[in-house]
Ligand binder design. Structure first.
Ligand code: 5GP
Length: 116
């Protein structure tokens, strides 16, 4: 089990967020510090996985569901085209160790990088 993170507190309701999409396994909400016109965080509700590599190995169907939700949100909030980023490891800019996808969309600059 991963240590409790801010995203774990969002799943439990301890930290309130505007929920943009929800399924049995997945939750999506706006990033608190957006780096693009549309910047949405998509997470699995489980707190068991720190990063996308762990999730892909253990629950590939949950990862696929996150990507389906990302596409739906990009279609709903932008043109349907989007950038999907999984920072993996502190050295790559990961600060929250509950696996999450950044969905970036809407007039992206050529070199928009999350955490840069
Ligand atoms: P990472 O750097 O781990 O890939 O991304 C973590 C992201 O979570 C950052 O973009 C940061 O702005 C976002 N974030 C951190 N704390 C909160 C919070 O309490 N609420 C929301 N909505 N986003 C958060």
């Amino acid at each position: 089990m991963a240590e409790e993170t801010v995203f774990g507190k969002i799943v439990s309701g301890e930290i309130p967020v505007k929920i943009l999409a929800e399924t049995d396994r997945v939750l999506a909400f706006p990033d608190i510090a957006p780096q693009a016109p549309v910047h949405i965080i998509v997470i699995p509700k489980t707190t068991a996985y720190a990063n996308v590599t762990e999730l892909a190995a253990a629950e590939p169907e949950t990862l696929a569901e996150m990507i389906t939700v990302a596409q739906q949100l990009a279609t709903e909030h932008a043109s349907g085209e989007y950038r999907l980023i999984f920072n993996t490891g502190a050295g790559a800019g990961q600060t929250v160790f509950h696996v999450h996808a950044h969905v970036l969309a809407g007039n992206l600059e050529e070199r928009t990088l999350v955490g840069a």
